[in-house]
Design a protein around this ligand. Structure first.
Ligand code: ZN
Length: 179
């Protein structure tokens, strides 16, 4: 940050505010404190006849690699409506939503992923604007070496290991552990 978004001053300090316990950007001119907190990413694990829907990313980072449809939650959205929106934007698909599937923290990039799981409606999907391709993969065909993000690998592995059904609302809690 270079300028205060409240008053426009360039007098920003990186200091621990009075009564706080970690440094924040603070404006010396108007006193505003700028809190920076993790972003929420929402997505879907969509199933059809035992297969998992993956999208080949058309944008950086990890362009050309496969990922579950997901993206940043927007202001004013519930987590589930954001996940369904991302599924529609990236994969042209709709979901009969079962329940939440994962809660996955990435502390090194300050993100929290929430994936939902359900049935792809009528098995329909097509690549959206930021997607090069969308495909359904049988468990034995999952392209493990070409998965974009660990959050996707975590969500698929927990699904394959756990006999998830619409009536078993288990949330798998995980975090990224650097190798
Ligand atoms: Zn200011």
């Amino acid at each position: 940050m270079n300028f205060c978004s409240n008053c426009g001053s360039d007098a920003l300090k990186w200091e621990i505010p009075l009564g706080d316990n970690r440094p924040r950007y603070q404006c010396s001119n108007c006193g505003t404190i700028f809190y920076q907190n993790p972003k929420i990413v929402v997505g879907c694990l969509a199933l059809w006849e035992g297969k998992v829907l993956l999208c080949k990313r058309g944008i950086e980072p990890r362009k050309g690699l496969w990922n579950l449809p997901a993206g940043y939650l927007e202001n004013g959205e519930t987590v589930e409506s954001g996940a369904l929106r991302e599924l529609w934007e990236e994969a042209g698909a709709k979901l009969k939503l079962w329940h939440q599937h994962t809660l996955y923290s990435l502390t090194h990039v300050n993100q929290v992923y929430i994936h939902f799981i359900g049935d792809l409606i009528e098995g329909k999907h097509h690549a959206g604007e930021e997607t090069l391709d969308s495909q359904l993969f049988a468990p034995e065909d999952i392209p493990w070496s070409s998965i974009a993000f660990t959050s996707t690998e975590f969500a698929i592995r927990r699904y394959l290991e756990s006999d998830t059904t619409p009536d078993t609302p288990i949330v798998h809690l995980g975090e990224y552990i650097p190798k």
